[in-house]
Design a protein around this ligand. Structure first.
Ligand SMILES: [Zn+2]
Ligand SMILES: [Zn+2]
Ligand SMILES: [Zn+2]
Length: 143
């Protein structure tokens, strides 16, 4: 059975000897309830609406901890903003990024994944992770 992300994060925190504070839990709830690709600012706005005593620095640091614990990963779409998305254990997808409106579409394609593996094999290369981002203009912006 898969651990919940909440549980995964709490286990990570206690493994590090850190306490899961009430504030961190609010950030976690907001994060898990949010869109898949969020910048620190976007998450901060949501957190603040729920609990105005939580500062930007707390949100920032907590997101770093999410990434360290494996429940989130940092993504960079070339606009200088760090975004975070939640990832399930063992889950993988790639991205289509609109350069006009900034929208992000996720996709998964078995053929592409397999081809990447074949290329790596040809070079005797062991892939640990990969990112594939296609940049262009989304269907909405093209109308
Ligand atoms: Zn992929
Ligand atoms: Zn667009
Ligand atoms: Zn994604």
């Amino acid at each position: 059975m898969k651990r919940s992300k909440k549980k995964q994060f709490h286990e990570f925190m206690s493994g590090k000897g850190l306490k899961s504070t009430r504030q961190r839990d609010v950030v976690l709830d907001c994060f898990l309830a949010s869109d898949r690709h969020m910048s620190t600012e976007e998450l901060y706005m949501k957190v603040r609406a729920k609990n105005p005593t939580i500062g930007y620095a707390t949100v920032y640091r907590t997101l770093k901890l999410f990434a360290e614990s494996g429940i989130a990963r940092e993504i960079h779409f070339g606009d200088g903003q760090t975004r975070y998305e939640h990832v399930a254990e063992g889950e993988h997808h790639d991205h289509l990024v609109c350069t006009r409106c900034g929208s992000v579409q996720e996709f998964e394609n078995e053929t592409i994944e397999r081809l990447q593996q074949e290329i790596a094999d040809q070079f005797g290369f062991q892939v640990e992770t990969h990112k594939l981002e296609l940049y262009g203009i989304c269907a909405k912006c093209r109308q």
